[in-house]
Ligand binder design. Sequence first.
Ligand SMILES: [Ca+2]
Ligand SMILES: [Ca+2]
Ligand SMILES: [Ca+2]
Ligand SMILES: [Ca+2]
Ligand SMILES: [Zn+2]
Length: 642
Amino acid sequence: MWKVVVESKNQEQIRHLVFVDGINGRIRLHFDMVETSLRRKVYDNYNNPALGLPGYGPVRVEGGAATGVRDVDLAYEYMGDFYYFFKNNFNRDSYDGRGAELVATVRYCESYDDCPYDNDFWSSTKRQIVLGDGTVTDDCVGHELGHAVTDYTAGLCYFMQSGAINESYSDIWGEFIDLTNGKGNDSSSYRWYLFEDDKYGASRNMANPNIFEQPQRMTDYYYYCGIGDNGGVHINSGVGNKAAYLITDGGYFNGYSVRGLGLTKAAQIYYETLTHLLVSGSDYLDLYHALYQACMNLIGRFGITQNDCENVRYATLATEMNRTSTYCVYPKAPICDVGEPVDIFYDDVEGKEYWKLTPVTMLVLPKYLYSSEYARSGKYSLYGENLDVLSDFAISMKKGVSLPVGSALYFHFEHAYDFESEGSTMYDGGIVEYSIDGGRTWYDAGPMIINNGYDGVIYTGAGNPLSGRYAYTGTSFGFTSSRLNISSLAGRNVKFRFRIGNDEAYADDGWYIDNVRIYMCQVKIVDLTGYWVSVKQTCGRTSRCTIKGKFVVQNTGTSNSSAFKIRFYLSNDTIFSSDDLFLKEYSIKSLKSNTSKAISFNVKLTSGLNAAMRHVIAVVDADNVVNETNENNNLLPSVPFL
Ligand SMILES: [Ca+2]
Ligand SMILES: [Ca+2]
Ligand SMILES: [Ca+2]
Ligand SMILES: [Ca+2]
Ligand SMILES: [Zn+2]
């Protein structure tokens, strides 16, 4: 008897255990080893605030009979719809991808004065959804469990733009489930409304977010800039929702005509984006790039084509995701003004190896140096806590970095800060400092900041060790980036530190820093040109003439060139003109700095044509695709043929 497991390489849902008779090859026993991991549990607090979470029950578990309590039975049913939407479309087994139990508490009340409760939420600590009386709809259950999916994938921080994208994702999953489960009111007049079946009525519209005072593009009147609602997460989600509507159904908006991809393709693109491309601190500009990239990743699968991806791009352009809101977060700092960056030091903080916490004028240190809550790359960022006690500490580079001489040098980092303030009074804050003597002496790097510098002065009346100094204060409204011109430190071994000063009480969230980079900006110097070695014509008595030539193409610059073409023409004179006769074309993939390459060619002229006294003209970089320091030495005529 042979025991064989039959699996599919690309379809996880196929996995059979087969016992084959070793003598006659007959299959004796056959088990389907894929067990559905759908496990549901519903609790019912019947509007009693004393019951807490998970509350009374479970009143219905997987496979159990209907209870007759509407909210209980709907929660059970819609959690199943959520499960199968993710299982069937993405082969995802529950929100965590590992078959987590789906738990809901219905008719929940938080307190007596807010009962019946008119809200719903996903509790990441209790790992369950919580639903108020009469709010159990398919899009709502999908929305709240969608937050769980986001928690276990991109982990989009529920704050500012990343929070708005988190909210938008929940609306997208909720409505996609609603539109495909064949339940509830799916008439076209309800398409893209959220929570239309709950007792309070619809409260969002993805096709037209303005109906519920949500923005549908970044420069919209309704775009919210403030710290309420975690930075307007339930408001600014409108931008993402509008894009999802356009990608799915298509339409004309803000100058762009989008052809809809349909729900199946759209769902795959959104899932690819969430599971592979976004991180906890991603913003709308990232979503702009990520949705297109996700689509490109999926070309050839689910029927997705390049043209679909162009339409994804139009939807994100129409909603202006590529633009910063006209106010609110500071525009990001550029990397180089001219030239290309060459890294001297780069840390995405994923290795947790280059930094340490150091006391400055006081010994109090925070507990953490890293955060996994809010990062611009991977999982981690540096985290400087805004402590609620008098303190002065820094996140410091362990080792110095030697800066070369001869190029423009920059220090660049992405950061988000939220320090205690009240109105225009800035109680706590952070500064950037540098040392050129291994960390013995530190100087404020403030004067070197050329993009997104300090934005406040620390209040002097509460004992903050940085009292009276310019610093990063208040809120940055999410991640931005800053850049310092550190060219004056060329030739030095330099260390940087992020220093935080806190007064005697109260605190906000603190300072998140990621993708710290020290680099030079180098201008690429490429100059393509060349010279002739020989040209020769041979004409037989009866046959056609043949011309031979040898040309050397050069890159006299200090940087390597990208690909370019050379074309040869036969000309009556040494001036290249449009009536010159095309002879031959050569492609060069790359020409390294200060190198050359010889090209020999051989062309048989048409009958009766003779090249005597004429010239061959070489046209280097014929399509002008290489930026050169000298564009005027690319037309090179040969000596005349004899
Ligand atoms: Ca709906
Ligand atoms: Ca990182
Ligand atoms: Ca050129
Ligand atoms: Ca040139
Ligand atoms: Zn939500």
